[in-house]
Design a protein. Sequence first.
Length: 277
Amino acid sequence: MRQRRLRVELRRSRDGSGLTQDQVAESLDWSLSKVIRIESGAVNISTTDLRALLSLYGVAEERIAELVTLARAARERAWWSGYKKVISQQYYDLIGYESAAAAIRQFEPLVIPGLLQTQEYAHAYISGIISPERRGDVDALVEVRMRRQEILERDHPPLLFFIVDESTVRRQIGGPRVMREQLRHLVELASHPQVVIEVVPFTAGVHPGLQGAFTILEFASAEDDDVLHLESPRDMRVTRDLQEAVVTYRETFEQLRELSLRPEGTAVLLNRLAEEL
């Protein structure tokens, strides 16, 4: 996300200056391919080159300092880069978008969302679905899931809206004790000022969420398109190219909220189910 914001700002600044890529290359005595690679994100840009570009474009010094800070941050190694051997590229991208999101809206029809799972629940779930040849990756995958939840511990955490089908809070993944602790964890998380958790009850009957899990990730900058994450038992898709679909899924999310027990009714259900286990 940081790299993308930097690329967008560089292209906008050049457009604002009225310069073409050829003119930039000639002014700085660079090759045209260097300018193209920088703007496309094919190569990282040094702070020296960044300052040279922005000065050429007539960008104010204060803004240059902000973008230099952004460029340095973009080169930092993300924690999830250490798990490339055990997670897919789609999952890798999702974590990156989560870390930059200002708001996340997620619906799950089958299991508790990963950002809300306890460690024991996550271990039981991942162990139960992973293929035999990947048994050795279970602990690392659980660790990834737990580290993703650190976004709630930030000084300015994103807004998190979760809607789940009632089946997710009744299915005893890991057994009664693990599920009881998971339900209590949900109640605790729901008290967080940035978290909303709602359950669509069985009495709602057929609803649009039965078509599958989805997540919409929104960002603070208007320049950053929303990201849609679609997941099925055997496939994951993360895209920012389907903005019309994002609108449709956001409407679906609001329809599910109308069918839900709302936060208050959800808390009553979760507490009751935990006491019954």
